[in-house]
Design a protein around this ligand. Structure first.
Ligand code: MF3
Ligand code: CO
Ligand code: CO
Length: 252
């Protein structure tokens, strides 16, 4: 494993990239309404990153991914590809964006509702949000990766939802996906130990039904095997001397 420790100068660049990624998600919220296509949302995010932020959309052409954002609707778990299909009232959608600025990456995603989502969908999104924050809440020097995973998994499973195992959080910096892998399940007191200066994402995917997933033939779109709803939230975080700084917080 090759886990990088960011210098204070690098940390400052990570803060800037993180803030820019969060600003894209702040901007797009008002556009997530019934009738909009995910392609239109993609175009708005792309133009914001390139023309307003003078930055680089990391997802575009990343390992052949064709768009700027991932849009994962309803039973799509992650990596949904924006297309010309219109959102309908009650759809839930995760938008995941990564901005590169001055060589450093900021990676974040949130859940949005087109119109009003049904209560069970809201509860799923809220559970995933709270699970992400419980994971973040464990982070400080000396925390082990299993502590993060356990905090997330135990909270989710107590609500009788499930945690996706095939995809995980990741170290991030000059490299989009670097060591360590940050699993969203695990045993307390096990795994790699965190140190100040590390930056990584926490990005749990939570399914309303069983945890199993299937990759569609497009090579990207991941769906729940049982077609149950799925939610995801993601922040990029920095381990500080005393705890954690979340680098991708919303402005408001
Ligand atoms: N942003 C995703 C993550 O959280 C990765 C998306 S890769 C893409 O790590 F190619 F699908 F965009
Ligand atoms: Co992401
Ligand atoms: Co990520």
């Amino acid at each position: 494993m090759n886990v990088t420790i960011k210098t204070p100068e690098e940390q400052e660049k990570m803060r800037i990239a993180g803030r820019l990624a969060a600003e894209v998600l702040d901007m797009i919220g008002a556009h997530v309404v019934p009738g909009v296509t995910t392609e239109e949302l993609d175009q708005l995010c792309h133009d914001h990153i390139v023309k307003v932020q003078h930055s680089v959309p990391a997802n575009l052409n990343y390992r052949g991914f064709p768009k700027t954002i991932c849009t994962s609707v309803n039973h799509v778990v992650c990596h949904g590809i924006p297309n010309d299909k219109r959102l309908k009232a009650g759809d839930i959608v995760n938008i995941d964006v990564t901005v590169i600025r001055d060589g450093f990456h900021g990676d974040t995603s949130r859940m949005y509702f087109a119109g009003k989502a049904p209560p069970h969908a809201q509860r799923l999104a809220e559970t995933c949000f709270e699970a992400m924050w419980r994971g973040i809440g464990t982070v400080r020097p000396g925390t082990r990766l299993g502590d993060i995973g356990h905090a997330i998994q135990s909270f989710v499973e107590a609500r009788e939802f499930s945690v996706v195992r095939e995809y995980c959080g990741h170290g991030i910096g000059r490299v989009y996906h670097e060591d360590p892998q940050v699993l969203h399940y695990g045993e307390p007191g096990t795994g790699f130990e965190l140190q100040a200066g590390m930056t990584f994402t926490i990005e749990p995917m939570v399914n309303a039904g069983k945890r199993h997933v299937r990759l569609l033939p497009d090579g990207w779109t991941v769906i729940t095997k049982d077609h149950s709803l799925s939610a995801q939230w993601e922040h990029t975080v920095l381990v500080t001397d005393t705890g954690v700084d979340v680098l991708t917080l919303p402005a408001a």
